[in-house]
Each structure stands twice: as C-alpha cells, then as structure tokens.
Design a protein around this ligand. Structure first.
Ligand SMILES: *Cc1c(COP(=O)(O)O)cnc(C)c1O
Length: 429
C-alpha cells in the first residue's frame, strides 16, 4: 500500500514548489504544540509556525473545543442580509484591541483578499468623489499576496514576471531601513506631490517575504503623518505581524500615528482556519453610505465571516488576551537576543535582525549563484535535524509558535549554529 507521500505526488500540485525537482512531501499525521509528527515516525519542531500562521501551537485544545461546539451550532450562513454571534463578537473584540480609529470590520478569506479589499475601498473612495487619485504607493521589496491586485503592490520579481503586463502601475519607494530613512521620506514626499495618490500600503516594521527586512517605528510614523497631510489613506498590512509576532499584539502598537486601514489573516484564527479581515476608519466607511446604490462596496466571498472560522478566531483571541501571552512573547524575544549576541561577529554571519519573536540571520555567501543550492542544503540540513526552517535564499529565520519551550528553542538555535558551520565550510566568500 502507498503511503501519504507516495499518493500525494500522484495527485497534488503544491504551492511555491517546482514539482519536477522537489522531494516528495513529508506526510504529517498529527500535530501537538510546536511539534509535527510524520507518517514515517519522525518529529519536527515547527520553527516557522507553518508559514507564519500557527501562533498557539498545533491542535490547541481550547480552539478545538470552541470550533467543534460551533460546528454543531451553525456551520455557515450567508453574510449578506444575515449575521451571527461569532461574527458580531469577533468584530467587537477585535476593534477593542486595535488602534482607536478602527471602526469597521470587513471579512474575507485570506491575507491576499484582505489586501484586495483594503485597496478597493481606497480606490472606490476617490472614484466616488470624482477625484483622479488612482495610484498606490508601496515598498520596493514588499509582499502583499498572490492575487493580481496584491501582486501589483508587491516586489516585481521572477514570481510576478509572467503577469507583469496585467499588474497596475504602483509607485515604489525604498524600505526605510536604518540609514535610508531620509531617502525614503524624500521619495514619499515626491510621490505625494504628484497629487494622484490614493493610498500607501506597507508591512509595518518587518517585511516578511523580503527576508525579514526590518525598519524603525519612528520613520513609519513620519511616513504615515506625511500621507495624512495629503488625505492619502494608509494601509497597514499586518497579515504576518499581527497577533503578537513583533513582541506586541500588533506592530502598529509601536506607532504614535494610526493607519486608516488594517489587514489581518495568518495568526487571526491561530492557524486553524483560513480567514482574512480588513478594518477601516469611520471616515472611510461613512463615505460609502448613500442613497445611490452604485456607491455600495460591491465585494464579497461565499464564505464571508464563516462562523467556524470566526469561532476559531475568537478562541485564538481568548489566548491572545491571557496574561501569559505577552509573557511568552517577552520570553522568546529575550531568548532570541541572547542567541543573536552569541552569533555576533562569527564567521559566516552577514547580518542578524530581530523584532520580537522574529529572528533572522543572513549568512555571508560568495555569490548569488549559490542561492538555490545553499537554500536547499540548509533546508534539508534542518529537516534532517528534526526542525522545520525555510530559509529565504541565504537568510534563515525563526518565527515560532508562542508555546515553544526554551529546550525547543535551544534545539532550533543548535541547528542554526550547524547551518553557520556549513556555510563557512562550503559556501563562504
Ligand atoms: C502571507 C502574506 C500575505 C498573503 O496572505 P495569504 O493568506 O497567503 O493570501 C499578505 N501580506 C503579508 C504581509 C503576508 O505575509
């Protein structure tokens, strides 16, 4: 009889995977806390929270209980003309945690749709007022999703090249990493001076897919303020940073300025169900109120505000609101810092970056031609050591579920130390 892995390769097409050369996928039969168990008897520490979604650990009993209760009560109902307790309660509780100016919640299915919704709201706002504000500003290396609108505001690369002619024009500005702040501020000012800007979308403080590229809250405050002076909407894409990742509940909790719109997904349901959320200010919401039916926001998905997804998000919020939540974030941040210090100045290390529970280590490698080879070597090295880490080129990052123990963290660090040695032996300049 064939096992899961063997049956999979006959029928499935996996994301971001060159199916011709990829190794067969590992069949996972069970998850518990930070651990994943495979059909061939191996155990893996999920040090990337399964693509950044799983914040409380796998198969969390509290989320499981709440979801199964909801399944027996109401699995789904159309969200146009109807509502239900999980959606109402989730919006009430979420808005209480968000910056004061956030006043409305729009549900969708994932991070990309949350971004699409945010951009469509802004573009329609200006369209309805008859003002020719049609352009969006974004950071050069950003990632906002894989649908066409989200691709348009993301870094243009080999990933988007086949679709280039279908992507709309975007004004890209540099990420304001330390030392680059003034340049980015000037670029934003120049873009705003054109007068045709509808919105500015950004990943607050950490650009995930770019390789955990980080910048300071102070410069983001300045950028938001400049946009506000021109009535340009600001969209904080907190799809990755939301729900504790940066050491606070939201990356925007580090800011003095408040974005007009916010996008969430990934950690929203604790990694249990696919769901996206876009929140916005009352100013934006109210502008759609009209006797004129054409001013409606004509957007929706079949599973909008699915009650099961909402119940998973509510159960996840129960955990996010516990005292132990912020303590876990502080514990992981402190642990990362100590490990980062131990790597400082060692051969093979080009850069070390940390924001809260995110630790990224950029290895010094000779040429970019080794990237693919290096990436696969590092990935396999981690897997063989029982740790799931997915390097982005020469950058390895740790983005763990918040229940990860010190012992598990030490094991992850040991693997990274092993990676450094590998780099020095085989890939260094
Ligand atoms: C992952 C991600 C998205 C896209 O979310 P999906 O659920 O994968 O569509 C958008 N923005 C950011 C910042 C992300 O990290």
């Amino acid at each position: 009889m064939l096992n899961l892995s063997e049956r999979d390769v006959l029928v499935n097409w996996h994301p971001y995977t060159q199916m011709h050369t990829a190794a067969p996928p590992i069949g996972i039969t069970r998850g518990e806390g930070t651990l994943l168990f495979s059909e061939d008897g191996r155990t893996f520490i999920d040090a990337v929270s399964s693509w950044w979604v799983n914040i409380h650990g796998h198969a969390h009993p509290h989320i499981a209980t709440k979801v199964s209760e909801q399944l027996r009560t109401l699995e789904h109902v159309i969200f146009a003309g109807f509502t239900h307790a999980p959606a109402v309660e989730l919006s009430e509780r979420l808005l209480k945690l968000l910056p004061e100016n956030q006043s409305r919640v729009f549900f969708s299915d994932n991070g990309s749709t949350a971004v699409e919704v945010a951009m469509k709201m802004c573009l329609q706002y200006w369209f309805d007022r008859g003002e020719a504000r049609t352009k969006i500003i974004a950071f050069k290396d950003s990632y906002h999703g894989d649908t066409f609108g989200a691709m348009s505001v993301s870094e243009r690369s080999a990933f988007t090249r086949p679709f280039q002619q279908y992507l709309f024009d975007v004004v890209f500005i540099d990420v304001p990493v330390v030392g680059q702040e003034e340049q980015t501020v000037a670029q934003l000012q120049a873009a705003l001076a054109t007068g045709d800007i509808a919105a500015f979308i950004f990943e607050p403080l950490v650009l995930g897919t770019a390789g955990m590229v980080m910048y300071e809250p102070a410069v983001l405050d300045r950028l938001i303020k400049l946009c506000q002076e021109q009535q340009v909407f600001t969209i904080a894409d907190e799809v990755m940073t939301g729900f504790g990742r940066t050491g606070r509940r939201f990356a925007c909790d580090y800011l003095h300025q408040q974005p007009d719109l916010m996008c969430f997904s990934k950690g929203l349901t604790g990694g249990t169900m696919a769901m996206g959320v876009t929140t916005c200010t009352d100013t934006l919401y109210s502008s759609f109120l009209s006797e004129d039916k054409t001013k409606t926001f004509f957007h929706g998905h079949s599973y909008t505000a699915n009650p099961i997804a909402c119940s998973a998000a509510l159960a996840s919020l129960d955990l996010v609101e516990q005292d132990t939540f912020l303590k876990d974030l502080a514990r992981i941040s402190a642990s990362h810092q100590i490990f980062a210090q131990s790597l400082q100045g060692k051969p093979g290390i080009k850069d070390i970056r940390q924001t809260g529970t995110i630790l990224a280590i950029e290895f010094a490698t000779d040429t970019t031609s080794y990237f693919n080879n290096l990436r696969d070597t590092l990935y396999n090295f981690a897997i063989d050591s029982g740790v799931l880490l997915r390097p982005l080129g020469n950058i390895v990052y740790v983005l763990p579920p918040f229940c990860i123990t010190q012992e598990e963290l030490e094991k992850v660090y040991a693997v990274i130390t092993g990676m450094r040695e590998l780099v020095v032996e085989s890939f260094s300049a």
